[in-house]
Design a protein around this ligand. Structure first.
Ligand code: A2P
Length: 274
């Protein structure tokens, strides 16, 4: 496993196993941060219509000097566009603002009420060849069961909140059985939680001469979930990608699993009002 390693989606498309998230990175900072991420070796950027920085992500992709096919870009359909029946328009707006020829992965951002009709439209977009893969985000098992019963194209990914306080064992096992790849948003617990202060992480960080954040991200790689860490700081962007020169033992993996409290730092997909 190395920074350039990829995983295969259920339609054969390859996705880099570590992504760089840009939620809450301001438009002013996004171009610089994504540029640093490319310099550090990330090739997978995760944005969304809602983050309001697609233009800046696209500019950074074009400025990188990398070939388009070397980079993997995800964006997401926002809830208000889904509710308003603006799915196709919103997709076209994302494509125009990114201005990078094509989008690799397009996701339903949250399971809003009409997600079945929205999924049908994502299937049309996919079948027309406008995007390389489609998936969902923040879907629980019961949402996925409804979706899979109606879908012609199975979602390639489910991007969920996951970190040591919310390991998502059941949902990840369900997704694995259905060949849906899981990605983790807020893999570090969102910065303000106490995840990174946990003693076991300090102990493992000492043992491997790594930071607690690197221990958590390595745990993600070894449990088979794609982490999407975000930072606006160059040093952290770099260190969050340096995960490939050590390996956690089975017991150490289990000790981090044991930190689970089913505790969210973000909204609950079964009870959100936006
Ligand atoms: P900053 O942008 O100041 O680096 P998550 O990805 O779990 O949502 O966490 C993101 C938050 O964690 C951001 O506020 C980010 O702040 C901070 N962060 C990112 N990388 C690290 C790190 N290696 N160590 C500590 N905090 C980090």
């Amino acid at each position: 496993m190395q920074l350039s390693s990829k995983k295969k989606l259920n339609n054969g498309v390859m996705i880099p196993g570590l992504g760089f998230g840009v939620y809450q990175i301001s438009r002013e900072e996004t171009g610089r941060a994504v540029g640093w991420a490319f310099e550090a070796g990330y090739r997978h950027i995760d944005t969304a219509r809602f983050y309001d920085n697609e233009k800046e992500v696209g500019q950074a992709v074009r400025k990188s000097g990398l070939k388009r096919e070397e980079i993997f870009v995800t964006t997401k359909l926002w809830n208000s566009d889904a509710r308003a029946g603006r799915q196709k328009e919103a997709f076209a707006e994302s494509l125009k603002d990114l201005n990078i020829e094509y989008i690799d992965l397009y996701l339903i951002h949250w399971p809003v009420e009409n997600f079945i009709s929205t999924w049908k439209i994502l299937e049309e977009i996919y079948t027309a060849g406008l995007v390389r893969a489609i998936g969902v985000s923040n879907f629980q098992i019961h949402h996925l069961e409804i979706l899979l019963a109606a879908a012609k194209v199975a979602p390639a990914t489910n991007q969920i909140e996951s970190h040591p306080y919310l390991t998502q064992k059941e949902l990840r096992e369900y997704c694995a059985a259905k060949e849906i790849l899981c990605e983790a948003w807020s893999p570090l617990g969102g910065g303000r939680s106490l995840v990174l202060e946990e003693e076991i992480l300090a102990r493992l960080a000492g043992k491997y001469a790594k930071s607690p954040a690197q221990i958590v991200l390595r745990w993600d790689l070894q449990r088979g979930i794609i982490p999407l860490p975000k930072s606006a700081k160059r040093e952290r962007i770099i260190s969050n990608s340096q995960l490939y020169d050590f390996e956690l033992s089975r017991e150490e993996m289990a000790a981090i699993d044991d930190l689970n409290k089913n505790k969210r730092v973000g909204p609950d997909p079964d009870n959100f009002a936006f």
